[in-house]
Design a protein around this ligand. Structure first.
Ligand code: BGC
Length: 750
């Protein structure tokens, strides 16, 4: 008893001594500080730090049991405590009454905004814009930290190549390079210049790893990912996140080649810690530790805890295998105390960096820092930059005096327009297209016709068709409700749900031009209606200011600036689909592929003339990765490379001229792709290696220069060696992944 008291006194003294200059201490003294706390902790106290306790954000009262657990040091972090009084009270108990006075971290899924909601991540990824990605997550951090949240479970860095998967909405899309640059920008925004700034929140690179590769796009499904594929496609965004010191990493629900990510020692220890030198902490996903039982990898909860602990998983979200079994596992010699010490050190390191030992409480001066004018203006800008114009038969932009019929279930759906993972966004603050049209005082008539995206009723069709007769143009705002994408919301068919297609077909019969705006959490297959409409604008779920952004785009005050961060499929049967696939032995690249309707009835079996395509829809996506139109046109010319051959130490300079040949100023995202023609393992037909945003006045020409070096051409081969290989390379500079001017060069060893 006396000993324990003595140790606690030393612990408190150490904490308060170090509080004065924690932010400026060197890594060494930070580690000493952490060791000093650790030395005062019992095994129970240490296990307490590994416990991320889930709560309900709707709780009206603070449970006595939770307070007691915090008092006893049984909790290291809390998820979803959303009442500021509860946050303050729990933190006070932790820092004043718990055995080691260690502050708690309060966590929340602040995924694409806290109160001010930005476009869903696949939308923001369409901006290809690191500045807007960073400023949106900065705003999210400012708003969330004002209620005491200092840890978000974002950004999601899962490469996603299957639009059936509901979580594609939260993903950065299909390309590792784009995902890496955007991921870094989000983390910079969340974590700010320094984590111990009270408006900074710790980011969490999730879900480590391969979650986007779930078979068939079914959520939580298994994955099969050979190591070179893991390293070339799924790992780069996480590597990029670690390069800018992401504070935490979350394991994924899926298993990879038979071993669940949460109990995967190779991934967590060999790759993440030893190879990539991660020094923050790893958190499991919600119950993913005990889900190893259902996976068929752990016998029971105790075994699941043992597997997770020995794999190096530091903090357990919601399930309680560490809390209930880790002490016993240590006593039985199945997990070492050294391992537990590592967990605690990793966790305390993040708490220290967050400045929580010095300033455990939220900054009350910042309270309710929501929906500020500048936050809303960044949200509108983000929605404009995320909107992708997919088709335009000289219809957009509309002039202000056009008589518009505003139709469709998403034209006034304030909740749905925010998209998935927006627990804190309030629909009362959302500006829908209907409201924005009213505010802009344009000439329009609103006829929703369908009450929600799954509405199957055709009862309003007749009335709708009659009332569009006096309009010049139909603006149909279609899509998916927010609840149709996101976690556990995969779809087998990704057509427009409900009676939307039928209504569009009926409206097309009136001969009125149709602008189809799609608000959805994934690309929607539109082969059935693409020829019935004249313009198509993808706005994803565009967030709080989505309506204003759309109104400005539709009337030409701004142009849509987005480019697709994924290949837009023609049919769900094409999935998974991605531009950076391999060539195969019979590449599908002929315009005159054999269609099923060209095959004579009773034809003799033959594969001659056929290649890797579908008999019914060919081999192309509806729209390629990188694609998007603006309100002007660009011409690419004069592609030049500085040399035909470079060695491993040289740079290749790639130059191209871009001219705005249209009638208005506009933005282009100039994209650079390469192909490693022959590799020791086969290589993708194209890979994005760089992009530049340029703004050109009409008639103006600008030069864009890219630099390529061997470093950019590296990949992991079948021996798991990361290297560039001598040989021929093709390169393209263009407006998307399936066009561009082409050149080639040779990379030589010496
Ligand atoms: C999701 C995570 C999320 C966590 C906490 C899980 O179901 O997979 O992405 O961060 O819940 O809400």
């Amino acid at each position: 008893m006396i000993k324990k008291y003595y140790i606690i006194i030393i612990g408190i003294t150490l904490i308060s001594c170090s509080q004065t200059n924690v932010s400026t201490t060197s890594n060494n003294s930070q580690e000493q500080f952490i060791d000093s706390i650790l030395s005062t902790m019992s095994i129970d106290d240490k296990i307490g730090q590994t416990n991320l306790r889930g709560t309900s954000s709707r709780a009206k009262t603070l449970s006595e049991e939770l307070k007691e657990d915090v008092r006893q040091g049984k909790v290291g972090a809390l998820l979803n405590v959303m009442k500021v009084e509860f946050v303050d009270e729990l933190q006070k108990i932790a820092v004043e009454e718990s055995p080691n006075k260690i502050p708690l971290i309060f966590a929340r899924d602040v995924v694409h905004g806290f109160k001010t909601i930005f476009p869903i991540p696949i939308g923001l990824a369409s901006s290809w814009d690191t500045e807007i990605a960073e400023s949106s997550s900065r705003v999210a951090a400012i708003e969330a930290s004002s209620v005491g949240i200092r840890w978000t479970f974002a950004p999601m860095l899962d490469i996603a190549r299957d639009s059936r998967w509901g979580r594609i909405a939260e993903s950065p899309g299909e390309d590792p390079y784009l995902a890496s640059v955007l991921g870094k920008a989000y983390i910079k925004g969340f974590q700010g210049d320094s984590l111990n700034n009270p408006t900074s929140i710790a980011a969490c690179a999730k879900h480590y790893i391969g979650y986007g590769a779930v078979i068939g796009g079914r959520d939580y499904n298994t994955t099969i990912i050979p190591e070179p594929l893991l390293r070339n496609v799924y790992l780069p965004p996480f590597k990029a996140a670690l390069d800018i010191d992401v504070a935490t990493v979350m394991t994924s629900f899926n298993e990879i080649n038979g071993i669940p990510a949460t109990g995967n020692e190779f991934l967590l220890k060999d790759v993440l810690r030893d190879e990539l030198k991660f020094n923050g902490f790893v958190v499991s996903d919600w119950d993913s530790v005990i889900e190893m039982i259902a996976h068929g990898y752990a016998k029971d909860e105790k075994h699941a805890g043992e597997l997770a602990a020995n794999a190096g998983m530091d903090m357990e979200m919601t399930s309680k295998t560490y809390e209930n079994h880790l002490k016993k596992l240590i006593q039985e010699g199945k997990v070492s105390e050294q391992q537990l010490n590592e967990f605690v050190k990793n966790i305390l390191r993040v708490k220290l960096k967050l400045g929580l030992f010095k300033t455990p409480y939220r900054d009350k001066k910042n309270e309710a820092n929501f929906y500020k004018k500048e936050h809303l203006s960044i949200a509108k800008e983000a929605a404009i930059k995320s909107s992708v114009l997919l088709k335009n038969k000289d219809l957009l932009p509309l002039s202000k005096n056009t008589k518009v019929a505003l139709i469709g279930p998403l034209a006034n759906a304030p909740l749905d327009q925010m998209g998935t993972w927006t627990f804190d966004g309030e629909k009362e603050h959302t500006v829908t297209p209907l409201e924005a049209f009213k505010k802009a005082n344009v000439d329009f008539k609103y006829i929703p016709s369908l009450t929600h995206s799954r509405d199957q009723s055709t009862s309003e069709f007749k009335k709708t068709i009659n009332s569009v007769k006096n309009s010049d143009v139909i603006v149909f705002i279609a899509g998916e409700e927010a609840i149709l994408s996101g976690e556990a919301h995969s779809r087998a068919s990704i057509d427009l749900p409900g009676a939307q297609e039928s209504l569009i077909k009926e409206l097309a019969k009136t001969g009125k031009p149709i602008v189809l705006v799609i608000m959805a959490g994934r690309p929607i297959t539109i082969s059935n209606i693409i020829n019935d409409v004249d313009a198509i604008l993808m706005s994803w779920h565009p967030g709080t200011m989505g309506g204003s952004a759309l109104q400005e785009i539709i009337y030409g005050l701004r142009e849509p600036e987005g480019r697709l961060p994924l290949s837009w499929p023609k049919a769900a049967g094409q999935l998974p689909y991605f531009y950076n696939h391999k060539n195969t032995g019979r590449p599908a690249n002929k315009e005159d592929y054999v269609s099923m309707y060209d095959i004579p009835v009773g034809a003799w079996q033959s594969s001659l003339g056929n290649d890797s395509h579908y008999l019914d829809i060919g081999y192309k996506p509806q729209f390629p990765f990188g694609y998007g139109l603006g309100y002007t046109d660009f011409k690419y010319s004069n592609l030049q490379i500085s040399k035909d051959t470079i060695n491993f130490k040289e740079n290749l300079m790639v130059n191209i001229s871009i001219t705005n040949t249209g009638k208005r100023p506009g933005k282009e995202i100039v994209q650079l792709y390469t192909q490693d023609v022959v590799g020791s393992i086969t290589r993708p037909i194209r890979e994005l290696k760089g992009f530049e945003h340029i703004y050109l006045n009409n008639g103006e020409t600008k030069e864009v220069t890219f630099k390529i070096s061997a470093e950019k051409l590296k990949f992991t081969n079948h021996k798991n060696v990361n290297t560039a290989e001598e040989g021929d390379f093709n390169l393209w500079v263009g407006p998307n992944s399936s066009s561009g001017l082409k050149s080639s060069f040779y990379l030589k060893k010496k």
